[in-house]
Design a protein. Sequence first.
Length: 377
Amino acid sequence: MGILVITWNYPPRRGGMEYLLSHLCAGLRQRHSVQVITAHARCEERFAEQIFRAPVPGLIPFSLYAFWVGVVLLLRSPVTQVIFGGSVMVAPLVVMLARLSGRKAIVQAHGLDVIYASKLYQALCVRWLRSCDRILANSGYTASLVAGKGVRTESISVIPPGVLTESFVKPTRMNAMQQTLGLKGKKNILFVGRLAKRKGVKEFIEKSFVRVVRELPNACFVIAGNNPSDSLTHRADVATEIQALVSNLGLQDHVRLAGSLSDDDVISLYHLSDVVVLPALACTGDVEGFGIVLLEAAAAGKPVVATRVGGIPDAVEDGKSGILVNAGDYEDFTQTLINLLLDAKKRAVMGAYAKVRVAEQFSWQRIVRQYEKTLEL
């Protein structure tokens, strides 16, 4: 069977959408033919013969390139049955190519790509969801956003992201990372992700972490991630804002801005952490569609504290694999985090449960089978 994937978001860009699409394509390639049309990037690729990149940067060049190459590939590949859009942004391309060629039009929805507050975007992209054969939402919350755009509920399926659980064995660089960042003997709190405003990292430092340090002077907050420089929607320099805030609050000895790291180094930080946090905000015009980092924390056997917004409740079993608090309730977030940092037994029990849960419910092998069933491949 053949699948043609059209997506702006794909490695070497880094982020939740890129992670999902790259691992999904890798899993589907084990049993199917998968071709990918994506945006311009300078990189070396293992499946270069199956990946077609726009020769120049920019959204318009990508769109023109994707449509033209899509037509050519569909004419050459009669076995291709499905045209799969990596996000709502490419829905018009997917639907037009599908209707011209008699294939299925299926689009993945992540959250922000459904509600992005632009009348032009809503008219040019989101409305095309009603013409798709199926929409695959990454969480129940995202599915509700799609339904709110007038899409038939029977055409919406929910499939969460997966995680490569086998990659989260203890890596060899743990000692090096511990020494480099000065984490030995600390109560380590970890955030992983791009520094979009909706992640709430700056607000967490100002309204919660500063109080954690008063109670636990050996607390250390490690931030693994940087500004989403490749994003079409996020332009704020949150990293610089965080640096200034840390300096103003005198927290230089308690906060580590690690920046963008390799996958191995990020996995090392998961294992070096005591608790992983995702203090996402309840934002107007932006949303945390799922929270893949919460699955990664579980794969490393670590409990999480996160806010109850967007699709996060799909990733965390409250009270068992982690603890959810209401967005904006920093008193609750702070006390919950302090209690968990002081209770090694509870952390161990939650981490062990989370590890089993993610292996049973979110392994990529299991998730890819759900995609195959939904795509009828």
